[in-house]
Write a protein that binds this ligand. Structure first.
Ligand code: GTP
Length: 563
């Protein structure tokens, strides 16, 4: 599947490369014609100089991307040579500049340079061209249910751990050795939990580390040298015996999320060159990013509001539009004050770059930029932008939506389900007697319970469901396109699962239970009313024995009955 997608991307990139060659050939014909006019006239139109400069600027910025690095470098040299004259011409508008001035500024080597451009374009490029996506990280994996390999020579111990992790919503596979499992399942594994890591051969360990899964080792000794040794070998996490399963589940969850988010993100690319725009788009999409292409800078505001990118990648000069001015314009709106804008520019002048950054940009990528570098640079920046966004919108303990954002999302879902005449359910969830958990087993153990429930909800519910931390030990969930009886069944099974998890605190094992109140979101005038109704159902459940689900639609005499 990934192979197919990569070869499809490679094929499209190859087509773009051919299109670039055709356009560059036409550009060079025009450039030569303009140069000829300039040479044959004693006085010439400043428009010809501007056209020559523009052609060279375009080639310098794009040729390397399509695998014509030598052409790009030569175009860049010529562009810099003619730049002062182009600037002088634009200052003098219609006034002609004479031939002697042209020769003194640009020099005889200019014509020879243009001939070299033609030769470079004719040579079949053997540089690592756009079709080379082998350096790019794998297509971002979409999480279904995370699959965790437990590699342990002691099979019954491994199976017990598998059962416990299953309660936290992980699918597991047990192997006495990581060897066969890594080889056969490397693509699908989200994490590897290995006991006695060093027991496995060097080759197998390397393969496991290479497989893009998070590798967590369980060791019998917790010392600096043990930890450092594992870090040195590229392991991602370490826990010491005896294994605290909720802690391990939380660890796996965190590592998997970090990995997933490393390859995720929304990027808006703004470039008036259609081939470059398409090329960048394909490369970034090939790396798993969600991309929106904007060819006409005048449409940028509408696309921004609708697409809400994590970052914007923008050309510096697009016909009559300057990237700097567009960036400044975006900042007029407080909503986009924090949106990272990365300029793609062949401009190497540091002073100019600093000036551009002071006017609304955040960073520069200097053209030409290789596919692998572009993907890595954009992915990293996306990741950071998302992390910052998360700090603002996500609860730090659980990574779930914060109260106000969850409410806002449920409000949107309410409008959506009324519009589409669909079912939807809102649920309030509250851990039972949680004060006692803190009092008996400590606040840290209480935190792990809250985190454990959060990851269980993430695993058990659909990607389209909205999950928020409403208050301390209270959560809110909205399930779009879901009849209330289905919601009841899912949440009842989550309650059952929660009650089976063994947590640890103050040297003891303990379990917790969960109460849930449901209300049909589409049956209320406002989302606030539906949340209130779910809360009342939750209250009734608490009154009637906790540990289970009640719905606002239940006849009141039955509201205490489980599921
Ligand atoms: N560990 C931990 N505890 C929290 C957090 N937020 C809230 N709590 C605790 O959760 C407890 C909630 O207690 P109550 O509202 O009295 O409810 P309860 O004990 O769960 O009782 P019922 O809801 O009636 O079953 C309080 O002790 C809070 O201090 C948190 O982030 N971490």
């Amino acid at each position: 599947m990934v192979e197919d997608k990569n070869s499809e991307v490679a094929r499209k990139l190859e087509l773009l490369k051919q299109r670039f060659k055709e356009k560059a050939t036409a550009d060079l014909v025009q450039l030569q014609a303009a140069l000829k006019r300039v040479r044959s006239d004693t006085a010439f139109a400043s428009g010809d100089i501007a056209a020559i400069y523009q052609s060279l600027h375009r080639l310098a910025g794009s040729a390397g991307t399509f695998g014509y690095g030598a052409l790009g470098e030569e175009a860049r040299r010529l562009e810099l040579a003619i730049k002062p004259l182009a600037e002088a011409c634009s200052g003098r508008s219609a006034a002609g500049i004479d031939r002697a001035e042209f020769d003194s500024m640009v020099g005889d080597s200019f014509g020879a340079g243009v001939m070299r451009l033609v030769e470079f374009l004719d040579q079949e490029s053997n540089e690592a061209g756009p079709a080379d996506l082998s350096l790019t990280p794998g297509i971002a994996r979409r999480r279904e249910e995370p699959l965790v390999l437990i590699a342990d020579p002691d099979r019954s111990r491994a199976e017990e751990l598998a059962r416990d992790l299953g309660l936290h919503g992980f699918r597991t596979v047990v192997e006495a050795s990581i060897e066969t499992a890594v080889i056969s399942r490397a693509e699908a594994l989200s994490a590897i939990v290995a006991r006695d890591w060093l027991m496995f051969g060097e080759g197998v360990r390397l393969q496991a580390l290479d497989s893009d899964s998070a590798v967590i080792c369980i060791g019998s000794e917790d010392s600096f040298s043990e930890r450092y040794g594992l870090a040195e070998r590229g392991v991602d996490g370490f826990l010491c015996e005896p294994v605290d399963v909720p802690l391990l589940a939380d660890y796996i969850e965190r590592l998997i999320t970090e990995r997933e988010e490393g390859g995720a993100g929304r990027v808006m690319i703004v470039d008036d060159d259609p081939e470059l725009l398409e090329h960048y788009g394909l490369v970034l999409e090939g790396g798993g990013l969600d991309v929106r292409r904007v060819n006409d800078p005048a449409t940028i505001l509408g696309v921004l509001s609708e697409f809400r990118p994590d970052i914007v990648l923008m050309d510096m000069q697009m016909g009559r539009f300057s990237g700097i001015n567009l960036a400044r314009m975006l900042r007029f709106d407080p909503e986009w004050l924090g949106l990272p804008i990365i300029f793609l520019s062949s401009e190497e002048d540091r002073e100019f770059q600093v000036e551009a950054l002071s006017k609304g940009g955040d960073d520069f990528l200097t053209k030409p930029v290789s596919d692998a570098f572009l993907l890595r640079a954009v992915s990293v920046r996306c990741y950071r932008a998302r992390q910052l966004d998360k700090l603002a919108s996500r609860d730090s303990l659980t990574g779930l939506l914060k109260h106000s954002l969850a409410k806002a999302e449920i409000q949107k879902e309410h409008a959506r389900c009324l519009r589409l005449k669909q079912n939807a359910v809102v649920a309030m969830l509250d851990l039972d007697h949680f004060k006692q958990v803190n009092d008996r087993y400590g606040h840290r153990a209480g935190d792990l319970v809250i985190k454990g429930l959060a990851s269980l909800l993430r695993h058990r519910l659909r990607k389209s469901d909205i999950i928020g931390r409403y208050g301390g030990e209270e959560f809110v969930v909205a399930l779009p396109d879901c009849p209330i009886e289905n919601a009841r069944a899912v949440l009842q099974s989550i309650c059952d699962q929660v009650s089976q998890i063994a947590f640890n605190g103050a040297g003891q094992e303990f379990t917790v239970t969960l109460s849930v109140g449901l209300a049909p979101l589409d049956q209320y005038a406002t989302s606030g009313d539906a949340i209130e109704a779910a809360d009342q159902a939750l209250y009734r459940r608490k009154q009637n024995g906790r540990n289970g689900v009640a719905a606002s639609t239940d006849p009141s005499e039955k509201s205490g009955g489980r599921g």
